[in-house]
Design a protein around this ligand. Structure first.
Ligand code: UDX
Length: 437
């Protein structure tokens, strides 16, 4: 089994490397020559636990290759995975130009049967467009080469992507021919052996599954954030409510954490795109519109609490921020709640010093010297008027409170991820603000 993966971004690199780990021969292609050079030298362009080791191992075993030439990569490939970006355009629609460009290039080169698999998150109907784009190029060449398209959405969480790929809850594959189904079964044979459920379905359903999954998860979060805000008003504790409802197996315990809003490259983009798909077909996605509004509001929650505490004047105040990444175990800051908070704090005349275990370089790249960067988590708090937790990194959960106390000017903590116990904080003498309690 031999495959080509086009796009060595997050999805392409993780998927290609993990498939190589199951024995498949994988050639990853990218137009970015510097990225390919880095990968060929054993470097990794993204931070993802466990990935580097797998890349090095599979390259050494000669199952994983990196090149800038699609022509070279596609030789003998049973399947060509398209894993290039689909960034939102100004209207929130997924921009398909990269996906379709790859499809055209495949059509210009393909000289044997292959399944063209879309791995990028694409709206319903995209596989049809991919099919037409490949076919049009083949026609131009008067080629009678046969091919199929398939939709194989990914469900990888950043920070845990290798595990998610190697031990998935399920694999979803949309196909429209028996031949494509057989190829995909052979490709995922190692997963079949492990009894991973593989759901074959029609292509539009597979495309829709990805958006529905992410939108459902985003909905849970916005719902819990709404409940949390109401908890504060009526004097309830969202952490208790979470336990109370999560034990109902129909609801489930996961993804019920209230906080300062969801971010990342997936939820905001996919919720927007599904709303847009609805609009295009004349159907209003009422729930998702509310999910999005609640999230925008929730990203402002920490700032509102801070302003209230300091009686609407934080000019010249110093804030020590813990966490910049949109969630722990990643350096990704796309749509991160920290960016909204930083902007508000700076606009209001405050000074910010931040610490994040891995996202500081990324933050410098985005906003440069607008804020100060600390060498360690405690240094971020030196002479600060308050400490603010924005990302729930593991190392923030049981900190040395004596160090915190020594560093802070005032013992005030705004905890945007509910990682501390309110009673204990009170006992330690802190003025403590959580979310929904
Ligand atoms: C998500 C999906 O989980 C994954 O299946 C899909 O393929 C891509 O999108 P990811 O964006 O990596 O993955 O992050 P995830 O761990 O799902 O968290 C998304 C955001 O939701 C983060 O900002 C996180 O802080 C927030 N979140 C998550 C909450 O606020 N509360 C929760 O209970 C869970």
């Amino acid at each position: 089994m031999r495959i080509t993966v086009v796009g060595t971004g997050y999805v392409g690199l993780v998927s290609g490397t993990c498939l190589a780990e199951t024995g498949v021969t994988v050639t990853c292609v990218d137009v970015d020559a510097s990225k390919i050079a880095l990968l060929n030298e054993g470097g990794i362009p993204i931070y993802e636990p466990g990935l580097r080791e797998l890349v090095i191992k599979n390259r050494a075993d000669e199952r994983l290759f990196f090149t800038t030439s699609l022509e070279e990569a596609i030789v003998d490939a049973d399947a060509v995975f398209i894993a290039v970006g689909t960034p939102p355009d100004e209207d929130g629609r997924a921009d398909l130009s990269y996906v379709l460009e790859v499809a055209r290039e495949v059509g210009q080169i393909l000289d044997h049967y292959a399944v063209v698999v879309t791995k990028s998150t694409v709206p319903v109907g995209t596989n049809q467009k991919v099919k037409e784009a490949v076919a049009a190029e083949l026609r131009k060449r008067n080629s009678d080469v046969e091919f199929d398209v398939a939709s194989n959405p990914e469900f990888l969480k950043e920070g845990d992507a290798v595990n998610d790929f190697m031990a998935p809850d399920r694999i979803v594959i949309g196909v429209e021919s028996e031949r494509a189904r057989k190829t995909m079964e052979r490709l995922y044979h190692a997963f079949l052996l492990n009894n991973t459920p593989i759901y074959f379905m029609d292509i539009p359903s597979a495309e829709m599954t990805k958006y529905a999954a992410n939108s459902m998860l985003a909905t849970r979060i916005s719902f819990m954030n709404d409940i949390a805000n109401l908890c504060e008003i009526v004097g309830a504790d969202v952490e208790a409510v979470k336990k109370g409802i999560g034990s109902d197996t129909r609801i489930g315990k996961k993804f019920l954490n209230a906080g300062c809003g969801y971010g990342g490259s997936c939820f905001p983009k996919d919720v927007k795109a599904l709303i847009k798909t609805g609009d295009e077909y004349g159907y209003r996605m009422e729930v998702l519109k509310a999910v999005e509004r609640v999230n925008e509001k929730q990203k402002e929650v920490l700032f509102s609490k801070i302003m209230k505490h300091f009686r609407q004047d934080i000019r010249g105040k110093r804030f020590g921020l813990w966490g910049l990444a949109f969630k722990p175990a990643t350096d990704d800051m796309r749509e991160a709640p920290s960016l909204v908070l930083i902007e508000r704090l700076l606009e209001a005349g405050a000074v910010v010093k931040a610490f994040d275990p891995v996202a500081m370089e990324e933050c410098k790249r985005r906003i440069g010297g607008k804020i100060e960067y600390a060498k360690n988590m405690y240094e971020a708090l030196t002479d600060a008027d308050a400490m603010v937790v924005v990302t729930e990194w593991q190392e923030f959960k049981v900190p040395k409170f004596t160090y915190i106390e020594k560093a802070l000017k005032e013992k005030v903590i705004f905890d945007g991820r509910n990682i501390y116990n309110a009673d204990q904080m009170k006992e330690f003498g802190y003025v403590y603000y959580g979310i929904g309690k």
